[in-house]
Structure formats: C-alpha cells, structure tokens
Design a protein. Structure first.
Length: 130
C-alpha cells in the first residue's frame, strides 16, 4: 500500500486537514492513518509547538505567567511515526499511464513523497480481550 510517512499522528492529521477540501460535519480527514514501527523523538519545545502549547499564558489579572501545561511536559517524547494511506489518489500519470509524480488532486503543483508501506513497517496492536 502507498502512503506518506509523518513523524507523528498529529503531523499526519495536520497535513491531511491542511490539504483536503472536505466540508461539513462528516469528517475533516481524508486519508486513513496507520501507526508504524518507526519512531520519532521530539524535544519539549518541539512537542509543545506540535500541540500548540505556549510556554506562558496570561492570568485573570493580565499578568504573563508560566503555562502549567508546558512546565509539566517531559524533556523529550518518543512517539511512533504514522503513515497516511493514499492509495493511488495522488498518482499523476503520463500519456502512457506511468506514474510520474505524486501530487494533490486539488493542486497538481503540490507534490508529496509517497512510499510503499511494507507489512513489516506496520505497528501491530493487539487488543485485550475482556
């Protein structure tokens, strides 16, 4: 299966949300996301930026104070990478039917790095049985 590899599930969500044209209340994500065995490590600042957690906030009396959500973060985070499964929707074909690049169906100038997602790259999650 073909997909785009992202450093985290949040990166995959943000890219999908930014580049699709879905409207309405059905969903805001176009591509299915799958966890991979590959991992990424983020510093505290990178992790906070990813989830839009500011270092400081303003108190009720308009004083800038440290944000407890930021100060409680660990120094680093290791998370699984995710793939957005794109299938053939990003394929751009030449006259002979060969894939020449992978680009947004909405803007063919917006290209993506699509790779083959092998079975051994997929994170197997075993659900507990109750």
């Amino acid at each position: 299966m073909k997909g785009i590899i992202f450093d985290s599930e949040e990166h995959a969500k943000q890219a999908d949300w930014q580049h699709n044209k879905l409207t309405g209340s059905f969903t805001k994500y176009f591509f299915r996301r799958v966890p991979l065995t590959l991992q990424s490590t983020f510093t505290k600042d990178e992790y906070a930026a990813l989830f839009k957690i500011p270092q400081t906030i303003y108190s009720t009396d308009d004083q800038e104070i440290p944000n407890p959500r930021y100060t409680e973060l660990d120094d680093s985070y290791t998370v699984h990478k995710y793939a957005g499964i794109v299938g053939d929707i990003l394929d751009v074909l030449d006259e002979e039917g060969n894939v020449i690049k992978y680009a947004s169906p909405y803007d063919r100038n917006l290209e993506f790095d699509v790779v083959e997602i092998e079975d051994d790259m997929l994170l197997t999650v075993i659900a507990e049985q109750y």
